[in-house]
Design a protein around this ligand. Structure first.
Ligand code: ADP
Length: 256
């Protein structure tokens, strides 16, 4: 399987001296093209940091991140911004739509920012794909949470990016709406060949993915393919009880 993102021995430390925190302690992982991958782990295990480093939003302290074959280390802010606009889409828990813009305008924005020709038919097609063909002219405050997240998904899909990062995309939605949003994301991968990396703490959300990558204390802590809710929950429970870093004596080594 082709890796669209490749992290090699990625470390990320925050702070200095006594307040130094190891958010990622040497993570090596591939995210495959045309796959829906969930990243899970206990709170504080480094999920957000991993996503930020993988998306070029934060710089690892050491290690390599390759996105669509491009090494991110050494790129300056402008180059990273251009790379993100060109190759990455984002879906957030809080939707992050621009309130003054209609659904259609919100979805058009990434094309404009990337300096691409605005193909109105493409924008309409993507809005239809997410089931909002009849909501084009609505503003975010005229839509439900689920509809707003569908607009955000359309906004992420419209540039046909190499990878879409989703950070707790169903965290603000009720169970039923969450399921329809997850089904839509699954469809984008299976039917349209998109690549999605989703951070979640919810085993039900993770069960929609093709693969779950687990983190604990900032290191890789196993993976599951074709995950069931039960298998994910069981793996998570095990992580909470017995952290691999603690078991490996990593803390002891670092404090010496
Ligand atoms: P998760 O997303 O799994 O909850 P995070 O990646 O947010 O985990 O955090 C991993 C660790 O790094 C935690 O101990 C957290 O407190 C720490 N951390 C994250 N961001 C910062 C920051 N900006 N400054 C200092 N510590 C941070």
């Amino acid at each position: 399987m082709e890796a669209v993102i490749r992290l090699t021995d990625v470390r990320k430390m925050y702070g200095k001296g006594g307040s130094r925190v190891t958010a990622l302690g040497g993570v090596t992982v591939d995210f495959h093209r045309r796959a829906f991958t969930a990243v899970m782990g206990p709170s504080g295990s480094g999920k957000s940091t991993l996503l930020q480093c993988a998306a070029g939003l934060d710089e690892p302290t050491s290690g390599s991140v390759k996105l669509a074959g491009q090494e991110l280390a050494g790129l300056d802010e402008t180059q990273l911004t251009l790379l993100r606009r060109e190759k990455v889409g984002f879906i957030f828990q809080s939707f992050n739509l621009l309130p003054a813009l209609t659904a259609q305008q919100n979805v058009t924005l990434p094309l404009q920012l990337a300096g691409r020709k605005v193909d109105k038919r493409l924008v309409r097609t993507v809005l239809e794909e997410v089931g909002l063909g009849d909501r084009r002219d609505h503003r975010p405050d005229e839509m439900s949470g689920g509809q707003q997240q569908r607009v955000a998904i359309a906004r992420a899909l419209v540039t046909r990016p190499d990878v879409i990062f989703a950070d707790e995309p169903t965290g603000a939605l009720d169970t039923k709406t969450a399921k329809s949003v997850l089904t839509l994301m699954q469809h984008a991968v299976r039917a349209e060949g998109q690549t999605i990396v989703m951070v979640t703490h919810d085993p039900v959300a993770a069960s929609y993915a093709d693969r779950v990558v687990f983190l604990a204390d900032g290191v890789f802590a196993g993976e599951l393919f074709q995950p069931t809710v039960e298998a994910v929950a069981e793996h998570l429970a095990h992580l909470g009880a017995d952290s691999p870093r603690a078991a490996a004596g990593v803390y002891a080594r670092e404090t010496l």
